[in-house]
Design a protein around this ligand. Structure first.
Ligand code: PEP
Ligand code: MN
Length: 337
């Protein structure tokens, strides 16, 4: 059960509700969002008189939620969440395209990529400054220098930036530069990190763990949301299966399943999902046809020389071709890019 307070609810009204629930031996989780407070009720609340709770001062409505994820559930909020970044809205009619290299490598590389992807119609720029690499001997990212490059490129191109944060102690630093914080597949269940980004006011791009179920993804979103940050965009980026030909298997089912279960926007990463640039266009079109609210695509001016993920990165020209075809699919399903 969730108790949604009115926007103008006062602290004593919230306290009165918590006290009443505690009297019934129930625990509470308080999520103080920018607009309103939401009280999650934990424990067996079958005996509670929900009508009486709904009539208490300051309460807007009481919502029974049976699923393990509450704030992320469609039961809690039937209408789609819309998250706006620099006027580009995730969860609306438009399919938001984020594009850029896997890793930030230099000012020149970022400027060149940004100029191309913007011209082709991308709405946001991606790039990793802190890289979660399988091998400790692989390029680990430029760190703060990389973030500064991205912020500079934003100034010149007006493309807002999404970049990964890997540890709770990096959150403040990354927040200084980024417009959206990415939680990578390897950190989807790093609960200390989820709690930390849940306390920020930045939109979060939460990538599905490569070995995680859809429900586990939603429980991770719940961690972020229960800390007060409700601006979470979910990302299907492929999961591990027995298939070896591709890097991962794009779980296209996840898109409509998530749309059924949650009000949060859902995007797809066709680059990590396939691991091969030749497959990225087909996977992108499939994602949009299935109802994805956005795509995050790796683009590099010279993939053969990329510090990471060159095999799955598109050259700018191929990205522009992809955009034309993705737009046609978007139109076919009543959307735009
Ligand atoms: C990335 O976006 O470059 C990345 C490392 O993604 P993932 O966490 O999905 O592997
Ligand atoms: Mn990558």
């Amino acid at each position: 059960m969730i108790i949604i307070m009115k926007m103008q609810a006062k602290t004593p009204q919230i306290e009165a509700i918590i006290k009443r629930l505690e009297k019934e031996n129930l625990q509470t989780n308080i999520s103080s969002g920018e607009e309103r407070t939401i009280i999650g009720v934990i424990g067996d609340h079958r005996q509670i008189d929900k009508g009486a709770m709904a009539r208490m001062d300051g309460v807007d409505r009481v919502v029974p939620v049976l699923r393990p994820f509450k704030l992320a559930s469609r039961d809690f909020q039937p209408e789609d969440t819309k998250i706006s970044i620099n006027g580009h809205v995730f969860g609306g009619n438009k399919v938001v395209i984020m594009a850029g290299p896997c890793s930030v490598e230099s000012m020149e590389q970022m400027m060149e990529t940004a100029t191309h992807v913007k011209k082709a119609g991308a709405s946001m720029l991606r790039g990793g400054a802190f890289k979660p690499r399988t091998s400790p001997y692989s390029f680990q990212g430029m760190g703060e220098e990389g973030l500064k490059i991205m912020a500079d490129v934003r100034k010149k191109t007006d493309l807002y930036i999404v970049t990964e944060v890997m540890a709770p102690e990096q959150v403040d630093l990354v927040c200084k530069y980024a417009d959206m914080l990415q939680i990578g597949t390897r950190n989807m269940q790093n609960y200390a990190l989820l709690n930390a980004v849940g306390k920020t006011n930045k939109p979060i791009l939460l990538k599905r763990g490569m070995m995680s179920t859809i429900e586990e993804l939603l429980m991770s979103a719940e961690y972020i949301m229960s800390n007060g940050n409700h601006r979470v965009v979910l990302c299907e980026r492929g999961i591990r299966t027995f298939e070896k030909y591709t890097r991962n298997t794009l779980d296209i089912n996840a898109v409509p399943v998530l749309k059924e279960l949650t009000h949060l926007p859902v995007v797809v990463d066709p680059s990590h999902a396939t691991g091969k640039w030749t497959l990225v266009k087909a996977a992108s079109k499939a994602a949009v046809a299935a109802g994805a609210d956005g795509l995050i695509i790796e683009v590099h001016p010279n993939p053969a020389e990329a510090y990471s993920d060159g095999e799955q990165s598109l050259k700018p020209k191929r990205f522009a071709e992809l955009m034309v075809e993705v737009e046609r699919v978007a139109q076919a399903v009543g959307r735009s890019v």
